[in-house]
Design a binder for this molecule. Structure first.
Ligand SMILES: *Cc1c(COP(=O)(O)O)cnc(C)c1O
Length: 397
């Protein structure tokens, strides 16, 4: 990519991002630079290296090599207004480091009731043990956040849309309330990615991706990232160094490889998932489809206002029926794997029971719920598969 280019489109951006000559050495894909020891020419050089900021400079393997920096830079470039990105060996590690970079004993963090379940476990486990308290909030709180913030609130975590049930949060309203009180905001932006929701431009201080999902895109690598707004990167970097966090060069190389096709994959995930979600909402066995781009999803109006696209993960609620009927639907699917995670090229279906992971909001669902990750197969084949699944459900319920 020449310096004079000003790429605009998403595909152009993901193809060029992070490919600094310094990192690539002129090769198209940044090579895998593996390292623990870095050798110096003299004692003086060794001492000088340790005395300066070692981010983006070879110092010791744990501080990274051009393979990691290239991917980190790419993710920074995809977030207009961002200062820098740090990479982690998983999405959960990224969430933990981001929160620990902000919180100290005695502080309070606010977490949406719809947070990813391991995020809840982090809050009620490690954070609680360190004397950091958590209050869970209704993800649809919006401007009501102004009254919810307490005297010791230091950070607000957002996750939009929410895990399993896809409530879309009013990020600008929550950010405004946080800023008025000097509270740091963190967003788990894994579902939308910076392509569909540029978080820093929307006022978020630290934006988190489980790169395991759409950045990697092939279900074969665990990886996470935190991208910081100006003023927040130094603390994130220092905390991450102190925690000894390092994402492996091989995994980052695969992350960079995945990133090049992320925009085109997301467009296909979006189209296919929308087609299937719309089909599902017309089926008599389906009570509700929870997809942010459909009016039946709480926060849909906010989605329309703030997001430029939707990805491939959503849920639907069956109209009555038993656990066994839901299992009959899922077990017989030919093109949907049964397994955790998402964002790869292959479709997945799992039973989800959100009421087990909520503490301050109630649910009154008409029946059991199924979460779908729509992969890159032909949507007509996926619809035929789901149609047969709904027949099995209807025959068993
Ligand atoms: C999967 C996921 C994570 C965690 O990512 P891992 O790489 O699996 O640790 C965090 N947040 C959301 C919303 C996720 O779906």
């Amino acid at each position: 990519m020449k310096k004079t280019d000003t790429p605009k489109g998403d595909s152009t951006r993901v193809v060029g991002a992070g490919r600094r000559k310094e990192w690539t050495q002129g090769i198209v894909n940044t090579p895998v630079w593996r390292a623990s020891t870095i050798l110096y020419d003299s004692v003086a050089d060794l001492r000088a290296a340790g005395a300066r900021d070692t981010h983006h400079r070879l110092f010791y393997g744990r501080r990274g090599t051009p393979t990691q920096w290239s991917l980190a830079d790419a993710l920074t470039e995809l977030e207009p207004g961002a200062e820098g990105t740090f990479l982690y060996p998983s999405g959960v590690a990224a969430i933990a480091a981001a929160l620990l970079s902000v919180l100290s004993p005695g502080d309070e963090v606010l977490i949406p009731d719809t947070a990813y379940d391991p995020t809840r476990s982090l809050a009620t486990g490690l954070l609680a043990r360190m004397g950091i308290t958590t209050r869970f909030y209704d993800p649809l709180i919006g401007a009501g956040m102004a009254d919810f913030i307490g005297d010791t609130t230091r950070a607000i975590l957002l996750e939009s849309p929410g895990s399993l049930t896809f409530e879309v949060q009013d990020v600008p309203a929550i950010v405004a309330a946080a800023r008025a009180r000097g509270v740091t905001t963190l967003l788990d932006n894994t579902w939308a990615t910076p392509l569909f929701f540029p978080a820093i431009a929307h006022g978020i201080d630290l934006t988190i991706l489980a790169c395991t999902k759409y950045v990697v895109g092939h279900s074969d690598v665990m990886l996470g990232s935190v991208t910081a707004a100006p003023g927040h990167f130094a603390r994130l970097r220092d905390t991450s160094f102190q925690l000894g966090q390092v994402a492996s060069p091989d995994d980052c190389w695969l992350g960079s490889r995945g990133l090049r096709t992320m925009a085109i994959r997301l467009r296909q995930h979006e189209q296919s998932a929308l087609q299937i979600a719309r089909w599902l909402q017309d089926q008599p066995e389906v009570a509700t489809v929870l997809h942010p781009a459909l009016p039946s999803c709480p926060g849909h109006d906010i989605f329309q206002r703030d997001f430029s696209g939707s990805s491939g993960l959503f849920s639907f609620v069956l109209d009555g029926g038993t656990e066994a009927a839901r299992a009959a639907l899922i077990d017989g699917l030919a093109h949907f794997g049964i397994g955790y995670s998402w964002g790869g090229y292959e479709s997945l279906a799992i039973p989800v029971d959100p009421h087990r992971h909520r503490s301050v909001t109630q649910r009154t669902d008409a029946g059991p719920m199924v979460r779908l990750q729509i992969g890159l197969e032909d949507p007509a084949d996926l619809i035929a598969d789901l149609a047969a699944g709904l027949e099995r459900f209807a025959a068993t319920r």
